[in-house]
Write a protein that binds this ligand. Sequence first.
Ligand code: COA
Length: 330
Amino acid sequence: MNKLRAAITAVGHYVPEKVVTNFDLEKLVDTNDEWIRTRTGIRERRVAESGATSDLAVPAVQNLLKNRGIGAEQIDVIIFATVTPDMFFPATACVLQEKIGAKNAWGFDISAACSGFVYAISVGTQLIETGAYKKVLVVGADKMSSIMDYTDRNTAILFGDAAGAVLLEPSTEETLGVIDHKLYSDGTGGQYLYMKGGGSLNPPSHETIDQKMHYLVQDGKAVFKVAVMGMADVSAEILERNKLTGADVDWLVPHQANLRIIDATANRMGLDKSKVMINIDKYGNTTAATIPLCLSEWWHAGKVKKGQNIILASFGAGYTWGAVYVKWAY
Ligand code: COA
Protein backbone atom coordinates (compact mmCIF):
# COMPACT_ATOMS: atom_id res chain seq x y z
CA MET A 1 0.00 0.00 0.00
CA ASN A 2 1.27 3.47 -0.83
CA LYS A 3 2.29 5.66 2.09
CA LEU A 4 -0.24 8.28 3.13
CA ARG A 5 1.55 11.62 3.24
CA ALA A 6 0.63 14.87 4.97
CA ALA A 7 0.74 18.00 2.81
CA ILE A 8 0.57 21.66 3.75
CA THR A 9 -2.52 22.87 1.89
CA ALA A 10 -2.96 26.39 3.29
CA VAL A 11 -1.07 29.05 5.26
CA GLY A 12 -2.01 32.19 7.18
CA HIS A 13 -0.38 34.71 9.49
CA TYR A 14 -0.99 37.78 11.59
CA VAL A 15 1.21 40.43 13.19
CA PRO A 16 -0.07 43.18 15.49
CA GLU A 17 -0.01 46.71 14.14
CA LYS A 18 2.24 48.38 16.71
CA VAL A 19 5.85 48.62 15.50
CA VAL A 20 8.63 48.98 18.09
CA THR A 21 11.89 50.05 16.45
CA ASN A 22 15.41 49.75 17.81
CA PHE A 23 15.27 53.52 18.29
CA ASP A 24 12.18 53.11 20.49
CA LEU A 25 14.10 50.61 22.63
CA GLU A 26 17.01 53.06 22.98
CA LYS A 27 14.62 55.05 25.16
CA LEU A 28 13.96 52.08 27.47
CA VAL A 29 17.36 50.42 27.92
CA ASP A 30 21.05 51.18 27.39
CA THR A 31 21.30 49.97 23.79
CA ASN A 32 21.52 51.35 20.26
CA ASP A 33 20.25 50.58 16.79
CA GLU A 34 23.71 49.77 15.43
CA TRP A 35 24.44 47.18 18.15
CA ILE A 36 21.09 45.45 17.70
CA ARG A 37 21.31 45.38 13.88
CA THR A 38 24.87 44.09 13.69
CA ARG A 39 24.55 41.51 16.51
CA THR A 40 21.09 40.19 15.64
CA GLY A 41 19.82 41.50 12.27
CA ILE A 42 16.72 42.99 13.95
CA ARG A 43 15.48 46.50 13.04
CA GLU A 44 11.99 46.41 14.53
CA ARG A 45 9.43 44.06 16.05
CA ARG A 46 5.63 44.02 16.58
CA VAL A 47 3.97 44.27 19.97
CA ALA A 48 0.32 43.47 20.75
CA GLU A 49 -1.16 46.27 22.85
CA SER A 50 -4.08 44.15 24.05
CA GLY A 51 -5.42 40.62 23.92
CA ALA A 52 -3.73 37.27 24.42
CA THR A 53 -1.81 34.81 22.25
CA SER A 54 -5.05 33.23 21.00
CA ASP A 55 -6.11 36.67 19.72
CA LEU A 56 -3.01 36.74 17.51
CA ALA A 57 -3.88 33.26 16.22
CA VAL A 58 -7.53 34.01 15.35
CA PRO A 59 -6.84 36.32 12.34
CA ALA A 60 -3.98 34.06 11.20
CA VAL A 61 -6.33 31.06 11.11
CA GLN A 62 -9.17 33.06 9.52
CA ASN A 63 -6.71 34.08 6.81
CA LEU A 64 -5.75 30.41 6.33
CA LEU A 65 -9.37 29.21 6.14
CA LYS A 66 -10.16 31.88 3.57
CA ASN A 67 -7.16 30.84 1.49
CA ARG A 68 -8.30 27.19 1.61
CA GLY A 69 -11.97 28.04 1.11
CA ILE A 70 -13.21 25.94 4.05
CA GLY A 71 -15.05 26.60 7.31
CA ALA A 72 -13.61 26.15 10.81
CA GLU A 73 -16.07 23.34 11.52
CA GLN A 74 -14.16 21.19 9.03
CA ILE A 75 -11.00 21.15 11.18
CA ASP A 76 -10.41 17.81 12.94
CA VAL A 77 -7.46 18.66 15.22
CA ILE A 78 -5.81 21.86 16.49
CA ILE A 79 -2.17 21.71 17.60
CA PHE A 80 -1.09 24.99 19.19
CA ALA A 81 2.63 25.60 19.72
CA THR A 82 3.36 28.37 22.21
CA VAL A 83 5.28 29.29 25.36
CA THR A 84 2.93 32.17 26.10
CA PRO A 85 -0.40 30.33 26.43
CA ASP A 86 -3.41 32.48 27.33
CA MET A 87 -3.48 30.56 30.64
CA PHE A 88 -1.87 27.37 31.99
CA PHE A 89 -5.18 25.72 31.30
CA PRO A 90 -7.43 25.30 29.45
CA ALA A 91 -5.12 24.73 26.51
CA THR A 92 -4.85 27.67 24.10
CA ALA A 93 -5.90 25.18 21.40
CA CYS A 94 -9.28 24.93 23.17
CA VAL A 95 -9.53 28.72 23.56
CA LEU A 96 -8.83 29.09 19.85
CA GLN A 97 -11.32 26.35 18.99
CA GLU A 98 -14.08 28.32 20.69
CA LYS A 99 -13.02 31.65 19.17
CA ILE A 100 -12.94 30.39 15.58
CA GLY A 101 -15.91 28.02 15.92
CA ALA A 102 -14.03 24.79 15.16
CA LYS A 103 -16.71 22.82 16.94
CA ASN A 104 -15.79 19.43 15.52
CA ALA A 105 -12.10 19.60 16.48
CA TRP A 106 -10.12 18.41 19.49
CA GLY A 107 -6.79 19.99 20.32
CA PHE A 108 -3.82 20.42 22.57
CA ASP A 109 -0.81 22.68 23.13
CA ILE A 110 2.86 21.93 22.50
CA SER A 111 5.53 23.60 24.63
CA ALA A 112 8.84 23.44 22.79
CA ALA A 113 9.70 27.16 22.68
CA CYS A 114 11.32 28.22 19.41
CA SER A 115 11.08 24.65 18.10
CA GLY A 116 7.38 24.48 18.93
CA PHE A 117 6.21 24.78 15.33
CA VAL A 118 8.64 22.18 14.02
CA TYR A 119 7.60 19.79 16.82
CA ALA A 120 3.92 20.48 16.11
CA ILE A 121 4.20 19.89 12.39
CA SER A 122 5.96 16.56 13.03
CA VAL A 123 3.16 15.46 15.36
CA GLY A 124 0.44 16.73 13.01
CA THR A 125 2.05 14.96 10.06
CA GLN A 126 1.88 11.65 11.92
CA LEU A 127 -1.79 12.18 12.81
CA ILE A 128 -2.51 12.52 9.07
CA GLU A 129 -0.26 9.59 8.12
CA THR A 130 -2.24 7.20 10.35
CA GLY A 131 -5.31 7.97 8.26
CA ALA A 132 -7.26 8.93 11.39
CA TYR A 133 -7.58 12.65 10.61
CA LYS A 134 -8.05 14.69 7.44
CA LYS A 135 -7.55 18.31 8.52
CA VAL A 136 -4.98 19.17 11.19
CA LEU A 137 -4.48 22.85 11.97
CA VAL A 138 -0.96 23.61 13.20
CA VAL A 139 -0.55 27.01 14.86
CA GLY A 140 2.64 28.70 16.08
CA ALA A 141 1.92 31.86 18.05
CA ASP A 142 3.53 33.80 20.87
CA LYS A 143 2.93 37.05 22.65
CA MET A 144 6.54 37.34 23.80
CA SER A 145 5.96 40.90 25.03
CA SER A 146 3.93 39.36 27.90
CA ILE A 147 7.06 37.70 29.38
CA MET A 148 9.64 40.36 28.46
CA ASP A 149 11.56 42.41 31.03
CA TYR A 150 11.76 45.76 29.24
CA THR A 151 14.54 46.84 31.61
CA ASP A 152 16.85 43.97 30.50
CA ARG A 153 18.76 44.90 27.35
CA ASN A 154 19.97 41.32 26.90
CA THR A 155 16.49 40.04 26.07
CA ALA A 156 14.12 43.00 25.49
CA ILE A 157 15.61 43.73 22.07
CA LEU A 158 15.23 40.21 20.72
CA PHE A 159 11.57 39.24 20.80
CA GLY A 160 8.24 40.19 19.21
CA ASP A 161 4.62 39.05 18.92
CA ALA A 162 3.09 37.16 15.96
CA ALA A 163 1.09 34.15 14.81
CA GLY A 164 1.31 31.78 11.87
CA ALA A 165 -0.63 28.69 10.90
CA VAL A 166 -0.62 25.88 8.36
CA LEU A 167 -3.21 23.27 7.47
CA LEU A 168 -2.14 19.65 7.05
CA GLU A 169 -4.23 17.32 4.88
CA PRO A 170 -3.60 13.98 3.17
CA SER A 171 -1.56 14.68 0.05
CA THR A 172 -3.25 13.99 -3.24
CA GLU A 173 0.13 13.27 -4.84
CA GLU A 174 2.38 10.69 -3.21
CA THR A 175 5.61 12.56 -3.97
CA LEU A 176 4.45 15.83 -2.40
CA GLY A 177 4.07 16.79 1.25
CA VAL A 178 6.04 16.40 4.45
CA ILE A 179 8.76 13.95 3.45
CA ASP A 180 10.90 13.76 6.59
CA HIS A 181 11.36 15.23 10.05
CA LYS A 182 13.97 14.90 12.76
CA LEU A 183 13.63 16.27 16.30
CA TYR A 184 15.96 16.53 19.28
CA SER A 185 15.93 17.77 22.84
CA ASP A 186 18.57 18.11 25.54
CA GLY A 187 17.34 19.02 29.01
CA THR A 188 20.81 20.00 30.20
CA GLY A 189 20.27 23.24 28.25
CA GLY A 190 17.34 24.27 30.45
CA GLN A 191 19.56 26.39 32.68
CA TYR A 192 20.44 28.81 29.87
CA LEU A 193 17.00 29.89 28.65
CA TYR A 194 13.95 29.78 30.91
CA MET A 195 11.13 31.48 32.78
CA LYS A 196 11.25 30.26 36.37
CA GLY A 197 8.14 31.78 37.92
CA GLY A 198 4.45 30.95 37.78
CA GLY A 199 4.68 27.15 37.59
CA SER A 200 4.62 24.55 40.36
CA LEU A 201 8.31 25.12 41.11
CA ASN A 202 7.79 28.79 41.93
CA PRO A 203 4.06 29.47 42.22
CA PRO A 204 3.18 33.15 41.90
CA SER A 205 3.88 35.12 45.07
CA HIS A 206 5.04 38.60 46.02
CA GLU A 207 8.54 37.13 46.17
CA THR A 208 8.47 35.70 42.65
CA ILE A 209 7.21 39.03 41.35
CA ASP A 210 9.91 40.98 43.25
CA GLN A 211 12.55 38.64 41.82
CA LYS A 212 11.19 39.14 38.29
CA MET A 213 10.70 35.39 37.84
CA HIS A 214 7.84 35.87 35.36
CA TYR A 215 10.19 37.13 32.69
CA LEU A 216 12.24 35.24 30.13
CA VAL A 217 15.92 34.90 31.08
CA GLN A 218 18.65 33.94 28.62
CA ASP A 219 22.40 33.44 28.72
CA GLY A 220 22.75 34.66 25.13
CA LYS A 221 26.36 33.66 24.60
CA ALA A 222 25.84 30.09 25.85
CA VAL A 223 22.69 29.62 23.75
CA PHE A 224 24.29 31.18 20.68
CA LYS A 225 27.12 28.61 20.57
CA VAL A 226 24.84 25.55 20.73
CA ALA A 227 22.15 27.11 18.53
CA VAL A 228 24.64 27.67 15.69
CA MET A 229 25.77 24.04 15.90
CA GLY A 230 22.36 22.51 16.56
CA MET A 231 20.50 24.21 13.73
CA ALA A 232 23.30 23.71 11.21
CA ASP A 233 23.81 20.04 12.20
CA VAL A 234 20.15 19.03 12.00
CA SER A 235 19.72 20.87 8.69
CA ALA A 236 22.75 19.08 7.24
CA GLU A 237 21.44 15.78 8.63
CA ILE A 238 18.03 16.14 6.98
CA LEU A 239 19.72 16.91 3.65
CA GLU A 240 22.02 13.89 3.94
CA ARG A 241 19.34 11.39 4.88
CA ASN A 242 17.22 12.51 1.91
CA LYS A 243 20.21 12.54 -0.44
CA LEU A 244 19.90 16.26 -1.11
CA THR A 245 22.56 18.93 -1.48
CA GLY A 246 22.20 22.68 -1.08
CA ALA A 247 21.62 22.91 -4.83
CA ASP A 248 18.41 20.85 -4.49
CA VAL A 249 16.91 23.15 -1.86
CA ASP A 250 14.57 25.92 -3.02
CA TRP A 251 13.97 27.48 0.40
CA LEU A 252 15.47 27.23 3.84
CA VAL A 253 12.98 28.47 6.44
CA PRO A 254 15.07 28.95 9.57
CA HIS A 255 13.83 29.95 13.00
CA GLN A 256 14.53 33.69 13.23
CA ALA A 257 16.55 34.12 16.46
CA ASN A 258 19.69 35.76 15.13
CA LEU A 259 20.83 36.54 11.58
CA ARG A 260 24.30 35.16 12.37
CA ILE A 261 22.78 31.75 13.32
CA ILE A 262 20.75 31.78 10.08
CA ASP A 263 23.86 32.61 8.01
CA ALA A 264 25.85 29.80 9.65
CA THR A 265 23.08 27.30 8.89
CA ALA A 266 22.84 28.39 5.24
CA ASN A 267 26.64 28.16 4.86
CA ARG A 268 26.73 24.67 6.34
CA MET A 269 24.03 23.59 3.85
CA GLY A 270 25.94 25.15 0.95
CA LEU A 271 22.98 27.41 0.30
CA ASP A 272 22.91 30.79 -1.39
CA LYS A 273 21.43 33.52 0.82
CA SER A 274 18.80 34.22 -1.86
CA LYS A 275 17.22 30.87 -0.96
CA VAL A 276 16.79 31.69 2.71
CA MET A 277 13.55 33.16 4.07
CA ILE A 278 14.55 36.01 6.37
CA ASN A 279 12.20 38.48 8.06
CA ILE A 280 13.94 38.83 11.43
CA ASP A 281 14.65 42.47 10.49
CA LYS A 282 10.89 43.24 10.63
CA TYR A 283 9.64 40.99 13.42
CA GLY A 284 12.54 39.84 15.65
CA ASN A 285 12.20 36.47 17.32
CA THR A 286 8.51 35.56 17.57
CA THR A 287 9.32 32.11 19.02
CA ALA A 288 6.81 29.49 17.75
CA ALA A 289 5.54 31.87 15.05
CA THR A 290 8.74 32.54 13.09
CA ILE A 291 8.56 29.63 10.64
CA PRO A 292 4.83 29.72 9.73
CA LEU A 293 5.07 33.52 9.52
CA CYS A 294 7.84 33.20 6.94
CA LEU A 295 6.03 30.46 5.01
CA SER A 296 2.83 32.51 4.86
CA GLU A 297 4.54 35.79 3.90
CA TRP A 298 6.52 34.14 1.12
CA TRP A 299 3.47 32.20 -0.10
CA HIS A 300 1.36 35.38 -0.20
CA ALA A 301 4.17 37.03 -2.20
CA GLY A 302 3.89 34.21 -4.77
CA LYS A 303 7.39 32.89 -4.09
CA VAL A 304 6.48 29.41 -2.85
CA LYS A 305 5.61 27.01 -5.66
CA LYS A 306 4.36 23.45 -6.06
CA GLY A 307 7.17 20.88 -6.09
CA GLN A 308 9.73 23.07 -4.33
CA ASN A 309 12.05 21.50 -1.76
CA ILE A 310 11.71 23.40 1.51
CA ILE A 311 13.65 22.80 4.72
CA LEU A 312 12.29 24.11 8.04
CA ALA A 313 14.88 24.31 10.84
CA SER A 314 14.78 25.50 14.43
CA PHE A 315 16.61 25.69 17.74
CA GLY A 316 15.18 26.83 21.06
CA ALA A 317 14.79 26.55 24.81
CA GLY A 318 14.89 23.11 26.34
CA TYR A 319 17.13 22.76 24.47
CA THR A 320 14.92 21.66 21.58
CA TRP A 321 15.82 21.54 17.92
CA GLY A 322 14.77 19.93 14.68
CA ALA A 323 14.28 20.08 10.93
CA VAL A 324 11.48 19.17 8.51
CA TYR A 325 11.74 18.44 4.78
CA VAL A 326 8.64 19.50 2.84
CA LYS A 327 7.98 19.11 -0.88
CA TRP A 328 5.46 21.91 -1.40
CA ALA A 329 2.11 20.56 -2.55
CA TYR A 330 0.11 23.49 -3.95
N1 COA B 1 22.78 46.68 23.51
C1 COA B 1 24.07 47.00 23.70
N2 COA B 1 24.95 46.19 24.29
C2 COA B 1 24.49 44.99 24.69
C3 COA B 1 23.15 44.60 24.53
C4 COA B 1 22.28 45.50 23.92
N3 COA B 1 20.97 45.23 23.71
N4 COA B 1 23.00 43.36 25.01
C5 COA B 1 24.19 42.97 25.47
N5 COA B 1 25.10 43.95 25.29
C6 COA B 1 26.52 43.96 25.64
C7 COA B 1 26.85 42.94 26.68
O1 COA B 1 26.59 43.44 27.98
C8 COA B 1 28.32 42.70 26.43
O2 COA B 1 29.06 43.74 27.02
P1 COA B 1 30.44 43.42 27.79
O3 COA B 1 31.32 42.85 26.72
O4 COA B 1 30.83 44.74 28.29
O5 COA B 1 30.06 42.43 28.84
C9 COA B 1 28.44 42.85 24.93
O6 COA B 1 27.29 43.59 24.51
C10 COA B 1 28.48 41.55 24.19
O7 COA B 1 27.41 40.75 24.68
P2 COA B 1 27.21 39.28 24.21
O8 COA B 1 26.11 38.64 24.99
O9 COA B 1 28.53 38.59 24.14
O10 COA B 1 26.72 39.55 22.72
P3 COA B 1 26.49 38.50 21.60
O11 COA B 1 27.29 38.86 20.44
O12 COA B 1 26.56 37.09 22.12
O13 COA B 1 24.96 38.78 21.22
C11 COA B 1 22.78 37.83 21.56
C12 COA B 1 23.95 38.60 22.18
C13 COA B 1 21.70 37.59 22.60
C14 COA B 1 22.24 38.65 20.42
C15 COA B 1 23.30 36.50 21.03
O14 COA B 1 24.09 35.87 22.01
C16 COA B 1 22.24 35.54 20.61
O15 COA B 1 21.58 35.73 19.62
N6 COA B 1 22.09 34.39 21.32
C17 COA B 1 21.26 33.28 20.92
C18 COA B 1 19.80 33.58 20.88
C19 COA B 1 19.07 32.35 20.50
O16 COA B 1 19.35 31.74 19.50
N7 COA B 1 18.14 31.89 21.29
C20 COA B 1 17.56 30.61 21.06
C21 COA B 1 16.31 30.68 20.41
S1 COA B 1 15.19 31.65 21.28
